[in-house]
Design a protein around this ligand. Structure first.
Ligand code: SAH
Length: 352
């Protein structure tokens, strides 16, 4: 058997696991810190270069672990500066990640599953069905592989789990990835700069809360009544709006933090004045800010985005009711890189 087959990808290893391994090997646990510093701060990908470790520990590590990152298969550049990356995983599966620059931040939107099984009717990823979950190494690997090729001033500052898949439907690996992202020994990203978006899997939201990560959640509400939400997001039949809202009311937040409520605006479906009023009613007493996302179209879709006037009227009503309501700027729509447009097709037109 090839050594890679029995060794594990180091990018999926938590500090705790390495500590356990080291105590089995009778190695001092402070060495874990040294190894993590080499890997995550100095970007070292070869145990032999870790010169403050003994030769025997270096070879023991090399026998047990290897380093594997997703391979960048293509890059598609948007007019707005965003780049959509197609990444190939070890088994040949592909996922997409989107890098979005702005003056104040560089945000990476990453994927947690190959496809998705939630079948939301307005989302292109749904057409793939769920192919498989990503593991921890594949989740952080999107960040590491892309950052490695970006210039100093373009390095990723913020992460949103809003790419392909439902993060809370793949909870263990996602939590593993988040721990590595926010750990000061590893990727050292502030919890404020990471957002996990969910379609509202209430049981998993509670489990996520129990992990005590202090990571912001964004909740895709997308409708103001259960009949409409049932149609748009079949998961609503399991966790209807009132159950989801109750969960948000109970969800402990750190001071100054709010939930993000995402609301995709679909012309004639969920964008009326009555919808805005019902939405405001639901969110009364929920510490939240609302992100309105005008629908991003794709060929096979029956939906359309509302007119600009409609979107502004919807937003204004919410602001009048004292909510913070923003219109999410659509990014990368020209390259099918925006919310709900990811389906990981290899594109002949992609520029590498
Ligand atoms: N499964 C997670 C994360 C992926 S979707 C979730 O549901 O939150 C990220 C965001 O994009 C969600 O708020 C979703 O409602 C929105 N979205 C999906 N398809 C879209 C589309 N075609 N246009 C605009 N937003 C879309």
């Amino acid at each position: 058997m090839n050594r890679l087959d029995i060794s594990r990808n180091f990018f999926g290893i938590s500090e705790l696991e390495l500590q356990e391994k080291f105590s089995d090997w009778k190695v001092e646990t402070y060495r874990v810190h040294q190894v993590f510093t080499w890997v995550y701060h100095y970007h070292c990908r070869d145990f032999n270069e870790m010169t403050n470790l003994s030769k025997s520990l270096r070879s023991q590590l090399a026998e047990n672990f290897h380093f594997a990152l997703p391979q960048i298969q293509s890059r598609t550049h948007s007019k707005d500066g965003s780049i959509k990356y197609l990444l190939e995983l070890e088994d040949g599966a592909v996922v997409e990640s989107v890098w979005m620059p702005s003056e104040s931040r560089k945000t990476l939107c990453l994927s947690t599953q190959v496809g998705c099984r939630l079948n939301c009717s307005f989302c292109l990823t749904a057409s793939l069905g769920l192919k498989r979950n990503l593991n921890t190494a594949e989740i952080i690997g999107q960040h590491l592989a892309i950052n490695a090729e970006l210039k100093e001033e373009d390095q990723i500052t913020n992460i949103v789990f809003m790419g392909m898949g439902e993060p809370l439907d793949n909870l263990g690996p996602v939590v593993g990835a988040l721990r590595l992202m926010i750990s000061p020994q590893a990727m050292k990203i502030s919890t404020r700069k990471v957002t996990v978006s969910t379609s509202g899997l209430v049981d998993k939201m509670k489990a996520f809360q129990n992990e005590n990560l202090s990571i912001n959640l964004a909740i895709s509400l997308n409708a103001s009544d259960n009949a409409t939400r049932d149609r748009l997001m079949p998961i609503n039949k399991k966790y209807p709006i009132e159950v989801l809202i109750e969960c948000l009311k109970q969800y402990p937040l750190k001071p100054q933090r709010r939930h993000t409520i995402e609301y995709v605006l679909l012309a004639g479906i969920n964008d009326s004045d009555e919808d805005a009023q019902r939405l405001a009613k639901w969110l009364k007493g929920v510490p939240s800010k609302i992100n309105l996302i005008p629908f991003n179209s794709f060929d096979s879709s029956e939906y359309r985005p509302p007119s600009k006037e409609r979107v502004l009227k919807f937003q204004n009503y919410l602001i009048e009711q004292n909510f913070s309501a923003f219109i999410r700027q659509n990014r990368a729509t020209d390259i099918l890189g925006a919310c709900g447009q990811l389906a990981a097709q290899s594109e002949a037109s992609a520029t590498s």
